[in-house]
Each structure stands twice: as structure tokens, then as C-alpha cells.
Design a protein around this ligand. Sequence first.
Ligand SMILES: *Cc1c(COP(=O)(O)O)cnc(C)c1O
Length: 342
Amino acid sequence: MDITKLVRSNILELKPYSSARDEFSGGASIFLDANESPYPTQYNRYPDPHQRKLKQRIGQLKKVNENQIFLGNGSDEAIDLLIRAFCEPGQDEIVIPQPTYGMYSVSASINNVITRAVTLTSDFDIDIHKTLAALSSNTKLLFLCSPNNPSGNLLNYEKVIELIEKIDGLVVIDEAYIDFTSSSGFVPLLNKYTNLVILQTLSKAWGLAGLRLGMCFANVEIISILNKIKPPYNISVASQLIAEERLNDEEGKDSRVREIINQRDRLASELIKLKSVERVFPSDANFLLVRIKNAKEAYITLLERGIVVRDRSTVLLCDDCLRISVGTPVENQKLLKELSQL
Ligand SMILES: *Cc1c(COP(=O)(O)O)cnc(C)c1O
């Protein structure tokens, strides 16, 4: 697929901002090029706009070439930049299976880009016929979230492949929760499909939601377009340093993930025993979608007891559903106790 044909013409022609640190690379001991303060405060220098060291580490971890990695201020920045790079406002279209993560359609609306919603099947999987029917010659992006938020399930692998192969645009697979599954996801297919874009994040399994670091993996052409339009210093010095340090503790991350998976499975088996709970949807993520009698009331009662969960009861296919993040063993126990008293 010719990626340049998908890019908006103004973006293709854009001459990007060239920062002081872009124009100079090499060794120097006196930096008088960027109007920074010369006095060390730990943060007096601008960050590396290309985040080279951090990308090196991420590349090792994910077995991805460094020039196939884009880093954003959260995945949310990558979502926004993908829309701005590829979708001509008022003309191009984005297809979004529903229900899913809300930021895709919010970002599309902010950019005045048309969205086509396609309802997932009743078990929250891709409806292949409806999705193919929603694609048109104006479709530039298809967002797929796997494991899906708010349902927690992985999407069917073969259906995803079929869509990647049939679409004349990009397929963006959001794998924010991929560490909580045994699936290796779609990163291994990065070099097979030029129209494949994968989003991951340090916000969930890595426990760094406050840091704001999202990762986007794709072929070099797509990555260079994102780099061209991002704000030059989008990842702060502090974020880069902290992320580099934390990414060295993969074992720590893995052991916390194992604990969360254990707690998730225990929570699911305890929840289904409760009178008020009608269904606990299977989850490959760090949360559970739970159908419960009088969800709205349950939500308010939990709040009164100091526990906040996500009320999804007005969301498509999620009638009477709460989305509950897996907490610590003590927190989960408290949740079960309060729910059992409803
Ligand atoms: C939590 C979440 C993210 C994370 O977004 P960040 O901006 O990286 O914190 C991305 N996608 C989905 C589906 C999520 O649920």
C-alpha cells in the first residue's frame, strides 16, 4: 500500500519545525543555541526530541526497529496525530466498532472528521460483514481495540487480519491492555502489513498512567509522518528519564501483571456468586465488565461507601453494566463485601 496516497496533502507538503536540537547533533560542551537557562536545575535543557535512548530500550523490549516507534504524550496524542495526518476534515472517514474507547470518536470530532459506528456482536467481537460494509473509498482509518475497552475481550484474530487485508486505509489496533493477555498481539506482523498501526501505553501494565507515555508502532513512513507533525518536545526530560529507568524492571512489571490477573480471575469467580450479579464478561484486561441488577443504584451505593467504579449502563450493548478495575486484594475484598450487601 502506498502510504503517501493516504496522507493529507498539506501534511505531505509540510516543512516541519526544525528545533535547535535537530540542527545540532554531536559533541559540544557549551550550549548557546536554544535560549535555555545555563544554570543546572536538572531540567534546564530541552529534551531529546527523538527520544533516542528511550526508543532504544522500547525497541529491545518489543523487538521493533527504533525507526518504527513513535512516542506520544499518552496514546491519546498518537490517536490525535493519526487523525490529523490522514483525515481531511469534512471529507475522509473513520470506522469505529462500538462500544469501545471513547477517545477515537472524540478526537475525530475535535478534528471535524466523519465517523462511521459499527456495532460489535453481542459478545463484543467484530461483525465482519457490517464492518466491511462501512468501509468506503473515503475511509482512512479503522480503529480496533483489542483487548477491547469496556468489554475486556480480545478481538478475533482472523477477522482482524481480514480487515487489514481488505481495507484501503490504515488499521489502528489499540493494544493498551495487551500485557494482560497471553496473546502476543499484532506487533509481530508489523513488517508484513504496511497499513498496520499498533498503539500501546505505559499507563496500564507498567503502572505509569501519571507519566503520560504512549507508544505507536508502524512502518517507517507512517512513523516519520507522525514525527513530522508532533510538537518537537512532546516528551519531557522527566518522562524520558523515569520511563527509561522503569522499563529496566520488566520482572517487576510481569509480577504485578500476574498478581492482577490472579486477582481478576478470583474477583470474577466471587462476583458471579453474588445475588445481584447477572453476568461477568470474560476479560483479557485488568478490569471486568459486570452486568448487575439496578446498575445505576449499585454505582451510587458503592460511591457512598467510598468506592468508585465506571458506570457503563448507558453504553451500547452494556445495559446495566459496571466496568470495574482490578484493585489490590484488600480493595477487591472491600468491593465484594459492599456488593454482597446490596
Ligand atoms: C487506558 C487506555 C489507553 C491509554 O491511553 P494513554 O493516553 O496512553 O494513557 C489507550 N487506549 C485504551 C483503549 C485505553 O483503555
